[in-house]
Write a protein that binds this ligand. Structure first.
Ligand code: F6R
Ligand code: ZN
Length: 186
């Protein structure tokens, strides 16, 4: 393919050009990730909103390429948990990823298969390096859309099943008017 010249801005579809691939995730796509299943079902009945959408550049998912794009994660909560992405390991575990905050406020929750976990706050201009082997999930802790840029080896693949089995140990919840990180009770 030819080189691309794009501009990072708060409108991902415009920034990534007409060939952008958009992947919306609705509340009904997120069953099993929030602690309060009843609150999620109520949200699904109440219009099943898009919780986040990912916009990917038209890059082939093959060796040598870097996939890149932007995620828009809308504000809101399911029970006391902030809206968040499903989260995944990369199928090829030894591949990393870079996130760059563009707009809004949130964090990345990361975790390894041997049980280490961290919460990394993100704001516009902040960069997170997700090292190889760390599962990652983003969370919108603010009142406006949380938008970030990402790039990773295009053939990394996504393993959602491992995260669905183990869950993340850290939850980001709304407590007495502010975000707080708590350990999930088992
Ligand atoms: C790609 C990546 C992000 C996420 C996106 C949606 O490797 O980390 O582009 O894919 O933020 O999150 P998931 O894929 O967990 O639904
Ligand atoms: Zn990833």
């Amino acid at each position: 393919m030819d080189p691309l010249l794009l501009r990072v801005q708060a409108d991902p579809a415009a920034a990534l050009g007409p060939q952008t691939r958009r992947h919306p995730r609705r509340a009904s796509d997120l069953r099993g990730i929030f602690q309060d299943a009843g609150a999620l079902e109520a949200l699904i009945r109440d219009g099943n909103p898009v919780i986040y959408e990912t916009f990917e550049a038209p890059v082939p998912a093959s060796e040598g390429h870097l996939m890149f794009g932007m995620t828009v994660l809308y504000p809101g909560r399911v029970g006391d948990e902030y809206f968040m992405t499903k989260g995944h390991y990369h199928e090829r575990r030894l591949t990393a990823e870079v996130y760059l905050g563009i707009r809004g406020r949130g964090c990345l929750v990361v975790q390894t298969e041997d049980g280490r976990s961290r919460m990394l706050p993100m704001e516009p201009g902040g960069v997170v390096y997700v090292a190889p082997g760390w599962a990652h999930r983003s969370v919108n802790t603010g009142a406006e859309p949380f938008i970030f840029f990402f790039t990773f080896p295009a053939d990394a693949g996504h393993d959602y099943a491992a995260v669905a089995r183990s869950g993340f140990d850290l939850l980001v919840v709304h407590r007495t008017g502010a975000p707080a990180v708590v350990e999930r009770s088992r």
